[in-house]
Design a binder for this molecule. Structure first.
Ligand SMILES: CCCCCCCCCC(=O)SCCNC(=O)CCNC(=O)[C@H](O)C(C)(C)COP(=O)(O)OP(=O)(O)OC[C@H]1O[C@@H](n2cnc3c(N)ncnc32)[C@H](O)[C@@H]1OP(=O)(O)O
Length: 216
């Protein structure tokens, strides 16, 4: 395990693999979130559940670390606690199966009930977040780690909950530090939303992409 200090003083921890135990906890927390949204339990059961969750929180806090950002190079590289792809972040959907083939970045996501915006549909802001992340991945893999300065999303059809969705992204052009990229999200082969973004390559940003700026 190594810790890499960043230009802003924050640290990123490089670990060999996704920690199995933490992923298990994150998966269970996703279940709790889903149960919380759907529950119709009586007050006594809700109170008992709240106490159990509080006990679990206290157990987890017995040993904490300051660094939240952890990455692994296994499975092509994963940002473990990332808001979108982090398998150990229960708020992440998460975006999985990230791959980079012939300049095309792809990934898979299934939105849970917690991502609901319009009835039965994913919230547009969360769709945009997944597209933004795929765009960031595409730029990191193709050029270098970068930050979004502009993103436009067109919502063309419902992005459903609880269904496997495919996300694809690629770099379209590069102009100095500005990188223009586009991405789509599909359900059952049909595009539900497309995004165009301008990203700026920023020196010192960490990247887990083998082609981009090294963490080491
Ligand atoms: C885990 C591995 C993969 C992870 C992927 C994660 C992807 C996540 C993507 C994100 O969510 S990033 C987070 C959201 N974005 C931000 O927080 C960025 C906020 N903006 C900034 O911090 C600064 O704008 C930034 C550091 C990106 C750039 O500031 P700089 O001072 O270095 O650059 P500058 O302002 O000189 O702009 C550089 C170029 O970009 C241009 N530019 C800036 N903003 C623009 C804009 N909005 N539209 C068009 N062009 C823009 C600007 O005109 C200029 O063009 P020229 O080089 O031609 O002169």
């Amino acid at each position: 395990m190594s810790v890499s200090p960043q230009s802003d003083g924050r640290e990123i921890r490089l670990v060999p693999n996704v920690p199995v135990g933490t992923k298990l906890v994150a998966d269970r927390v996703r279940d709790v979130i889903d149960a919380c949204i759907h529950t119709d339990s009586p007050a006594a059961d809700l109170e008992a559940a709240a106490q159990l969750i509080e006990q679990a929180t206290q157990l987890l806090r017995k040993r904490s670390r300051d660094t939240s950002l952890q990455v692994t190079r296994s499975n092509g590289g994963i940002s473990i606690n990332n808001a979108i792809e982090g398998p150990c972040n229960p708020v992440a959907p998460p975006l999985t199966d990230l791959a980079y083939v012939d300049g095309e970045t792809s990934g898979c996501v299934t939105f849970p009930t917690a991502a609901e915006g319009p009835p039965g549909r994913a919230h547009g802001g969360l769709v945009a977040a997944v597209l933004d992340h795929a765009l960031g991945r595409a730029v990191a893999w193709t050029v270098a780690a970068a930050m979004t300065v502009s993103i436009t999303v067109d919502y063309r059809a419902a992005t459903p909950l609880h269904q496997p969705l495919c996300v694809t992204a690629r770099v379209v052009s590069v102009d100095g530090r500005k990188v223009f990229a586009e991405a789509e999200i599909r359900y059952d082969g049909q595009i539900t939303a497309v995004a165009k973004a301008i990203m700026i390559v920023v020196a010192g940003l960490p990247s887990i992409a083998p082609t981009a700026v090294s963490l080491d």
